[in-house]
Design a protein around this ligand. Structure first.
Ligand SMILES: *Cc1c(COP(=O)(O)O)cnc(C)c1O
Length: 441
């Protein structure tokens, strides 16, 4: 409802249509499929690097600024290495993400551990890899103290409750979210942690996801800066950093206007000058834990039309399914679709683009206007570089596809191989029920 209105308004003003381009041309895909069959993910190294540099530039006013890439969005070591070269650390929320960061050489000051409902052994691992621990709950203070000990620098996650609004429009409902501590608990946690030896503190909060407004970070920053000044005054602790977490979104729809990271950085700077500097806290570092913003636009799922079906609606069946990209099935999320080689043609056909799962929500698009699709056409599903491959699963015994990287020099590198039946059956390797299985099918 809202969306339709939004669209009409935009179009009545002449329209804002951002063309979404396929990372690869049809010819490139044809060449690549001689080695790597569809479906596969393709990531764009040049795009990833340029975007990471824009982020760093936007916060260059803060010498302590650091982005801790949210590993859960795209946990691929090759991509994490590129981000590290661009100055990013990692934000982890599980044992394996900590292990991955450690294996890649992320060290002290380069790993954030923002978990919730945290298994105690993960606190131990986090301390072992010198991660900055971000506590989700007051009860975690004791758990941390008992299992891993309290480090000198520690962070606490804040949940202000109620609704979170930006200029009178409600963005989200923190009061319904499981994360973070109340205002009173933040104070108590700081005092307890101080007594247990912590010397420097961080404050973290994540109040809205996939925001497409330049006001999200500045609004959140002001709220956290004010809290930081109050808590410093009330408890006497030293605040070392404010962690704005993730939530800066991307325009999944071509008619949406994207965020301008330079404007966002400037908005945070203004709040910093107005709140922290007068409080004598002009040395506080700004941290971010972006996932989607860092990678979503720079990864695409490339698939192929393998069936067409004409019943009560028109269907195009592709060789990828929700196992490869779950967001449309899970959230009804929009992912733009283009057909390489048919970019100039009118979108005068309306299709549901489906995968092969025995689930009727396995549709990458519903009632989507596209050019006429022929069997064998490649279909590119855009903005899948974050929370795409990573959410994959193995329902229906479907196997996960490969991830490829388009390097800056134009070459293509496999950065994760496709799963094989052997991977799917690997968790039965403790017994001999399947010992005579022919893995080649
Ligand atoms: C998921 C998550 C992020 C990243 O969120 P994006 O929306 O991808 O930017 C950052 N921090 C935490 C704690 C998260 O859970």
């Amino acid at each position: 409802m809202f969306y339709t209105f939004f669209r009409l308004v935009l179009y009545s003003h002449g329209g804002f249509e951002m063309e979404k381009k396929s990372i690869l041309t049809r010819e490139q895909i044809e060449e690549i499929t001689k080695t790597y069959p569809t479906p596969f993910y393709i990531y764009d190294e040049a795009g990833i690097r340029a975007n990471a540099r824009r982020l760093r530039e936007a916060f260059a006013w803060d010498p302590g600024f650091k982005e801790f890439f949210a590993v859960k969005a795209t946990p691929n070591p090759f991509l994490l290495k590129i981000l590290r070269e661009e100055g990013c650390g990692t934000d982890c929320s599980s044992m394996t993400e900590l292990m991955l960061s450690e294996a890649l050489g992320f060290g002290e000051g380069e790993i954030m551990f923002s978990s919730n409902d945290t298994p105690p052994e993960e606190f131990v691992k986090a301390r072992q890899v010198h991660a900055i621990i971000n506590l989700d709950d007051l009860t975690h203070v004791e758990c941390l103290a008992e299992t891993a000990g309290v480090p000198e620098m520690v962070c606490c996650r804040f949940n202000p409750g109620g609704d979170f609004s930006i200029s009178n429009s409600i963005m989200d409902h923190p009061g319904d979210a499981k994360y973070g501590m109340t205002r009173e608990q933040m104070k108590e946690a700081f005092l307890k942690l101080s007594a247990l030896g912590a010397k420097r503190f961080g404050i973290h909060s994540f109040l809205a996801s996939n925001t497409v407004t330049n006001e999200y970070y500045p609004t959140l920053a002001r709220l956290l800066f004010e809290l930081a000044a109050e808590l410093a005054e009330e408890t006497g602790v030293k605040i070392a950093f404010i962690n704005l977490s993730g939530g800066v979104g991307i325009p999944y729809r071509p008619e949406q206007e994207g965020n301008d990271i330079a404007v966002i950085g400037e908005g945070v700077r203004r709040a910093y000058e107005e709140v922290l500097v007068p409080a004598g806290m002009g040395d506080v570092a700004i941290y971010t834990e972006l996932g989607r913003f860092m990678l979503a636009p720079y990864g695409q799922l490339v698939t192929r039309a393998i069936h067409e079906k004409h019943i009560y609606k028109e269907y195009i069946g592709v060789d990828a399914c929700a196992v490869n990209l779950m967001r449309p099935a899970m959230y009804g999320a929009y992912h733009h679709i283009t057909v390489p080689g048919k970019e100039g043609l009118p979108c005068d056909h309306v299709y549901d683009v489906t995968g092969s799962l025995c689930e009727n929500n396995d549709k990458f698009a519903i009632d989507r206007a596209l050019p006429e699709i022929a069997m064998g056409d490649y279909i590119v599903i855009h903005d899948a570089g974050a929370h795409g491959y990573a959410m994959g699963y193995n329902y229906n015994g479907k196997l996960k596809c490969a991830e490829l990287l388009l390097r800056e020099d134009g070459s293509v590198q496999m950065i994760r191989r496709a799963e094989t039946p052997r991977d799917y059956f690997a968790t039965f390797d403790f017994c001999d029920i399947l010992k005579d299985m022919n893995y080649e099918g």
